[in-house]
Design a protein around this ligand. Structure first.
Ligand SMILES: Cc1cc2nc3c(=O)[nH]c(=O)nc-3n(C[C@H](O)[C@H](O)[C@H](O)COP(=O)(O)O)c2cc1C
Length: 421
């Protein structure tokens, strides 16, 4: 089957770019020569022909029943709380990942830790039956704390905080959980580039010291029941030196040797943070070298077409959708439409309004136990509103109005003014 582009019937209007910050550049295509010529609809049809209705390698669905499409919503610190996840699921995201949660935050019950760039405990609490299957992501620098944190997450804290703490002191050899709760899998973050986190908790900085990361992978894998998949998020290297390439290969192989189910590889280096395009070629080479492994990819999935182009270009099992789904849950609906052989459609004003209302309500529920839930929610929703505004015909004006929202009433005023069809 040809996967060359037939642009006319699957092209979506360009979405205005995300905000530029010192840690990120404007959305751009990944470095992947020829990928933009790939016809995403043909790729979707090809996946259905190969794998049946899920378009997904059956080994993945076996590990996480419900993982029934070749994409998932990535962990996004500061965004991917239960509210965002439920909205994504209502639009077709089969699986979501929590924000990276520090092992120590988990063990301390979330108290006494600055939010930094990482999620707080309440943001990562599963959002009930609608928020499944959910992958809990952890990050840290001590194997015993990571293992105890993973156990606490999987067990949903059924033991006392003291008991989990004692587990750490007893040493990794003794750490075992036979229980399972809401989380479908545990994802270990070896990708986060943030410096203040990396010093304490490593994230992507483990790629400079892969043996330390191996100890963590081993401790977490050993501590959890076999029925709970352990997965890993990694960058394609720390930087572009040959030494760091070797480190990546060593750590990547170790993940599978130690029994991790899959690795999601972000096509940027740690040093690169979120600046500049990702590279898909190294991911393609990885798949060519390890055709039997389950491997997911991440980087520059800005619209639905890129989901399928990345899969076709690289041969990956599936992709994680990250910045491309902030304020854009429709990307999942569009991807499902493509799998069904239909043309993806941009959201109508009425659909946008419905999501804006639902997202605010869900966020209020997530923040119910904070000191001022409405203020907290309005503050948090501003950044989503700014992204959602990109779909509106008066994007700039709507964005400006969302920036000033401080209460639910003010949120409703913007909706009434701009989202009444
Ligand atoms: C604000 C922000 C927060 C992120 N937080 C996490 C996180 O908690 N866990 C994680 O695995 N990746 C995190 N990432 C990385 C994304 O999941 C993804 O790998 C990266 O953004 C590349 O994909 P993109 O270019 O399509 O956005 C974060 C990225 C951003 C921009």
């Amino acid at each position: 089957m040809s996967i060359q582009s037939n642009q006319s019937n699957n092209q979506l209007p360009d979405r205005p770019c995300a905000r530029q910050s010192k840690n990120a550049t404007e959305p751009s295509f990944a470095i992947a020569p020829g990928a933009q010529e790939i016809d995403p609809k043909a790729v979707a049809a090809d996946l259905i022909a190969r794998f049946g209705p899920t378009a997904m390698d059956p080994r993945v669905t076996q590990l996480i029943p419900g993982f029934d499409a070749p994409f998932y919503q990535a962990g996004l610190a500061g965004y991917s709380d239960a509210a965002m996840r439920i909205i994504a699921r209502r639009h077709g995201a089969p699986v979501c990942v929590t924000e990276a949660l520090l092992d120590r935050t988990l063990l301390a019950g979330g108290k006494g830790f600055a939010k930094a760039d990482l999620g707080e405990l309440h943001d990562n609490v599963p959002g009930g039956a609608e928020d499944m299957p959910l992958i809990g992501q952890i990050m840290g620098n001590d194997p015993a704390e990571m293992a105890a944190g993973a156990i606490k997450m999987i067990e949903q804290g059924k033991r006392s905080a003291k008991e989990y703490r004692t587990m750490v002191d007893s040493g990794i050899g003794e750490l075992r959980s036979d229980g399972s709760g809401t989380f479908a899998a545990i994802d270990i973050n070896l990708a986060c580039p943030v410096k203040k986190i990396s010093k304490k908790s490593r994230g992507g900085h483990w790629l400079k010291e892969p043996q330390g990361a191996v100890a963590i992978l081993q401790a977490v894998r050993d501590a959890l029941p076999e029925s709970i998949p352990v997965t890993v998020k990694m960058r394609r290297a720390y930087d572009d030196t040959p030494e760091m390439k070797r480190n990546f290969e060593y750590l990547f192989d170790a993940c599978y040797d130690l029994g991790c189910a899959w690795v999601t590889v972000h096509g940027r280096t740690v040093e690169q943070k979120y600046i500049g395009p990702s590279k898909w070629q190294p991911l393609k080479e990885l798949v060519e070298k390890h055709p039997d492994r389950l491997i997911f990819g991440s980087g520059d999935i800005w619209d639905v077409n890129q989901i399928f182009r990345m899969i076709a270009y690289t041969g990956l099992t599936g992709v994680s959708v990250a910045r491309g789904c902030i304020g854009n849950p429709w990307i999942f609906k569009q991807a499902r439409a493509m799998l069904a052989g239909d043309d993806p459609k941009p959201p109508t004003i009425a659909q946008q309004r419905e999501v804006l209302e639902q997202h605010f309500d869900l966020a209020l529920a997530v923040n119910a136990n904070t000191r001022d839930p409405e203020l907290m929610t309005a503050k948090n929703m501003r950044k989503f509103g700014i992204k959602f505004a990109a779909h509106h015909p008066q994007a700039d004006e709507v964005k400006k109005q969302f920036i000033y929202v401080k209460t639910l009433d003010e949120w409703r005023v913007v909706l009434k003014k701009f989202y009444t069809p």
